[in-house]
Ligand binder design. Structure first.
Ligand code: ATP
Length: 244
């Protein structure tokens, strides 16, 4: 792949005697939506952790982002370089308004000061189509879907080149998943490369242009999503995982 935005070579993460991510290598093209699948415990979140440095980098391997090596860099440096992520659990500040939550991310996370942080917050909330009449509501009073929008906006406030989403559809209803699908396409069309971990296969297959499947920490296969998902080894990994 010429000029990938992200390139991983031999990324490995061990916890004592457990190898959670094993010698993982892949590239992500600028502007694509790249899906990451795999059964529970296959290493997906650990892989995201290694890339963002939150809370740790890889034990071994090399991660190149925008042509620069980022493994071993501090999480805030990686974030400010343009690689932002969301987490499985919504990190909300219940007493802050939606607007304040995103502006705070701009101030502390992205290092934006004064009106720059406010402008970036507005831009991020607009990009996730966050209802303008709810921007002054306290985070605790927002719907599950609005909290998801807020989580994505808080990552987008740094105007990242790559947005990494860890199971964004969890807890959403079917119509909300459809709305999220449309939202991700809009964010991508605005020029943001997306990496997405998702157990809701309908969403993952709908948005991803390529799909990587992990099993027991290693890459099982990678390619065109509809082909990958029919691969007997992928079916077996999921059935084996479900049976375990
Ligand atoms: N901080 C940690 N310390 C020890 N083991 C860990 C740590 N984080 C993850 N693991 C282990 O690494 C393996 C991979 O976990 P990980 O959470 O990355 O899987 P996953 O594919 O994201 O799973 P899920 O789909 O359930 O979120 C698991 O065996 C897990 O218990």
């Amino acid at each position: 792949m010429p000029d990938p935005i992200l390139n991983l070579q031999g990324v490995t993460k061990t916890f004592g005697g457990l190898t959670a991510v094993k010698d993982v290598s892949f590239s992500v093209a600028r502007g694509e939506i790249f899906g990451v699948a795999g059964p529970n415990g296959s290493g997906k979140s650990t892989l995201f952790n290694c890339m963002t440095g939150i809370p740790f980098g890889p034990t071994r391997g090399e991660i190149m982002f925008n042509g620069k090596r980022i493994d071993g860099q501090r999480p805030h440096a990686i974030f400010r370089a343009g690689l932002a992520r969301t987490f499985q659990k919504d990190a909300e500040f219940p007493d802050l308004t939606a607007w304040e939550t995103v502006a705070l991310g701009g101030h502390y996370g992205a290092g934006l000061r004064g009106s720059m942080s406010l402008d970036a917050a507005e831009e991020a909330l607009d990009l996730v189509q966050f209802d303008t009449s709810r921007r002054d509501m306290k985070t605790a009073d927002l719907s599950v879907y609005a909290k998801k929008q807020l989580m994505i906006a808080s990552a987008l406030v740094a105007r990242p080149d790559i947005l990494m989403l860890d199971e964004p559809a969890s807890g959403l209803t079917r119509p909300e998943i459809t709305a999220l699908d449309e939202l991700l396409i809009k964010v991508n069309e605005a020029g943001v490369t997306i990496l997405i971990i998702e157990h809701v296969l309908g969403l993952l297959l709908s948005v991803s242009q390529r799909l990587l499947v992990l099993n027991n920490g290693a890459v099982l296969t990678e390619g065109e999503p509809q082909e990958v998902i029919r691969d007997p080894r992928v079916v077996e990994a999921y059935i084996g995982g479900a049976a375990a």
